[in-house]
Design a protein around this ligand. Structure first.
Ligand code: B12
Ligand code: SF4
Ligand code: SF4
Length: 401
């Protein structure tokens, strides 16, 4: 091991060498937390009681175990918390052009679960090589088993911000986290970082759904990341418009955070095809979807939920070519896609009515959409789709949406 450390305690030197090795391997930050409930662990149960976990029932399983890292540890030890930077460059979303689908920065890269697990494994091989014997360890990357952000604060990486994320001085909210429970006599860092949110409330004001109405806590049941990534249901009507052009995840409360602007761009390049147009994505079949997204977290939602999200985003866009795509999605074999295509066509009709410009063109488009919806209604057997089509047609005749 390197010997350039001030401490004469050999375990302290090994701990520092491990940290330096992690940084040299590309982790942006590394810290050591004690094996005890992290700050605010007691807030987990009220969060669950208030239903903030939405349909993620797995988050409510065994909350005592989730809040207490000691239950995952054998014997004494420490928790190494690692942060990997996935900050995007300046061309982050492309939402401005109204035609692109927006995928969260982390999901435009190779799946971070794989990146982090590979790196942690390499780090552990190095550690065991240096020590000359195997070490008891348990690795977590986004498993839901432990409270990763509170543990990162206990390891001194940063503070949990009003956007509920771990915010760091150097990388804002862009770090993805991994933890390694280690059966080694390392002392925890103990460097608690003060909350630097101050009077700022940008994330709360920018959140399009009100999911951050209460500072430091996210109501996942209202978060776009939940609707677009986790939920297997239809997106509730009242949130479809707030989705904008988001297809997978949401970065709004990270992007607006003043601390995020200090983040250097991630060394991980975006995967080709992950900044595509909505029209192109609406036309993907299973094979094409896998070809583009198989190495990224987007693969998790599968084609049906991806198309559910694309249809909704097309309803919020203005691209005339999007209408043809929605017409095709209205005939999709999966009813959930048809539900969202029907809603989106209704939304486009309502938007056309509000537009100033040639009434002839507007009428031509709206009449065309109306014909498609009526045509589908004649053959539609799924009740949820029928309701959605009827509602779209009704809003057209009453001028509301
Ligand atoms: C479930 C989950 C989600 C859910 C719920 C989010 C949530 N915050 O719980 C959904 C799908 C919505 C989601 C969204 C996202 N997620 Co997520 N998610 C998770 C997961 C698997 C579990 C989180 C959890 O346990 N939630 C339960 C709640 C109760 O815990 P908590 O949020 O830590 O809540 C604490 C605070 O509220 C705090 N608290 C309460 N009151 C107070 C008061 C004060 C003053 C303070 C300081 C704290 C405080 O105490 C609570 C309990 O300890 C974690 C991985 C993990 N195992 O931790 C990733 C994780 C949190 N997600 C992550 C990311 C990147 C995201 C997204 C940015 C992805 C995206 N771009 O779309 C969004 C961000 C949304 C947001 N603003 O939180 C990263 C966060 C990294 C970071 N820098 O913080 C994690 C850690 C994954 C990883 N390994 O990197 N996610
Ligand atoms: S990820 Fe988006 S929807 Fe979720 S809390 Fe942040 S800004 Fe709100
Ligand atoms: S935007 Fe402001 S309030 Fe929100 S996490 Fe960042 S510093 Fe804190």
């Amino acid at each position: 091991m390197e010997n350039a450390f001030k401490s004469t305690n050999p375990w302290e030197q090994r701990k520092e060498a491990l940290r330096q090795r992690a940084l040299a391997m590309g982790f942006a930050m590394a810290g050591f937390a004690p094996v005890r409930p992290p700050p605010h662990a007691q807030a987990l149960q009220p969060w669950l009681d208030q239903g903030c976990h939405g349909g993620m029932a797995w988050l409510a399983r065994d909350p005592e175990r989730r809040a207490d890292p000691g239950q995952w540890m054998e014997g004494d030890g420490v928790i190494l918390v690692l942060g990997f930077n996935l900050a995007p460059g300046p061309a982050r979303s492309g939402e401005e052009d109204g035609e692109r689908g927006v995928i969260a920065a982390y999901a435009r890269r190779r799946d971070y679960h794989e990146i982090l697990k590979e790196k942690v494994q390499e780090l552990m091989v190095w550690l065991e090589g240096e020590l000359g014997h195997p070490v008891w360890k348990r690795v977590f990357v986004d498993t839901g088993a432990v409270l990763e952000k509170p543990l990162a604060t206990a390891a001194g990486l940063g503070w949990q911000g009003k956007n509920a994320l771990l915010v760091t001085r150097g990388f804002g909210g862009w770090l993805m986290l991994a933890e390694v429970f280690l059966g080694l006599p390392f002392t925890p860092d103990g460097g608690v970082v003060t909350d630097h949110c101050g009077k700022c409330d940008r994330c709360q004001r920018a959140c399009p759904t009100g999911a951050l109405n209460q500072a430091y806590r996210v109501d996942a049941a209202r978060c776009l990341a939940y609707f677009t990534v986790e939920s297997r249901e239809a997106i509730p009507r009242e949130y479809r418009e707030s989705l904008g052009q988001s297809i997978f995840g949401c970065d709004i409360c990270l992007e607006v955070c003043p601390w995020s602007r200090f983040a250097p761009v991630s060394s991980e390049e975006p995967v080709e095809g992950t900044m595509g147009s909505l029209v192109e994505w609406a036309g993907l079949d299973g094979v094409a979807f896998q070809r583009i997204f198989r190495g990224t977290p987007v693969k998790r939602v599968g084609l049906t939920r991806f198309l559910r999200n694309v249809a909704t985003a097309l309803g919020n866009g203005r691209d005339p070519d999007g209408l043809g795509s929605l017409k095709r999605l209205l005939r999709h074999e999966v009813s959930m896609v048809r539900v969202h295509a029907a809603w989106a066509l209704g939304k486009r009709m309502a938007d056309l009515e509000k537009e100033t410009g040639s009434h002839d063109i507007q009428n031509r488009f709206t009449n065309q959409i109306k014909d498609w919806l009526q045509e589908q209604l004649r053959i539609e057997t799924d009740e949820a789709v029928r309701v959605e089509i009827e509602s779209a047609l009704l809003s057209r005749s009453s001028g509301n949406h």
